[in-house]
Design a protein around this ligand. Sequence first.
Ligand code: SF4
Length: 318
Amino acid sequence: MRPTGPLHLGNLHGALANWKNMQDDYECFFFIADWHALTTDYDATEPIKANIHAVFLDWLSVGLSPEKCTLFVQSHQKEHAELFLLLSMITPLPWLERNPTYKEQMDQLKTRDLTTFGFLGYPVLQAADIIIYKANGVPVGIDQAPHVELTREIARRFNHFYGDVFPIPDTILTETSKVLGLDRRKMSKSYENAIFLSDSPDEIRQKVAQMITDPQRARKADPGNPDICNVFSFHKLYSAEETPPRIDSECRKAQIGCVECKKLMAESLVEALAPIREKRSYYETRPEMVTEIMQTGNEHANRVARETMKDVREAVGI
Ligand code: SF4
């Protein structure tokens, strides 16, 4: 995960909830990809350190456990850079040029100069990040699947030249988040439409009050359509089981107004996020504990990465 700032409900439902389940069944490595942040924001590095801390706190708050998985920071593992260099030698340029995200971001991020070697080559760094832990699988949403495919191709090519060092990692497809932002666009920090895991109860209430509901419903007397209402999607996720069917019926008969409906939902959301807030305040008051967890994770990741690099150097013959 890139350290782009505090995490929001979209991150929770798109990745973190799934990671939390996976840590019980798999040996997991989760890292903060600070080098990757440089591929697009190389001229704005100032917030990266604070963002690493914010993301790490969010991880611990949602229940990623240093007892169960390895949590670490990419730039503390110099071996990723060494493997990236070696993989760069064998990765054909057209594989990178046809990467759909590369073309898409070049089109979308017009304000930045992305004609850099680092930006073109970031899928190679991703491949190094993954295979250095001899990963068997990578949990990603459908939009990231082409990157894992590229990693698989690069790992196969390495094995073809130098012998079977790396397992070929599977794509573990995870459901994309159904949670939309306040304005019904994808929830994103850059759209300023996000509810953050670190928001206070009052911030949550204020944000929910701004949420766009069924756009066809102008007055309370008009029947609404919960099927197209973002507030209703939140009710389904966060409110007690009996609430969504009741809202569904009352909304369609214009028996409940959107203001009241949002207030109800905001309280459900505030309550559902309470355990996350509690954990966060626990860790916030113990910064030395957070640093220690990060260090332990970094050291464990480093032991594994160093072992892999011994195999890699031997295989390549340097
Ligand atoms: S009453 Fe609730 S579900 Fe119906 S449109 Fe308003 S906010 Fe949405």
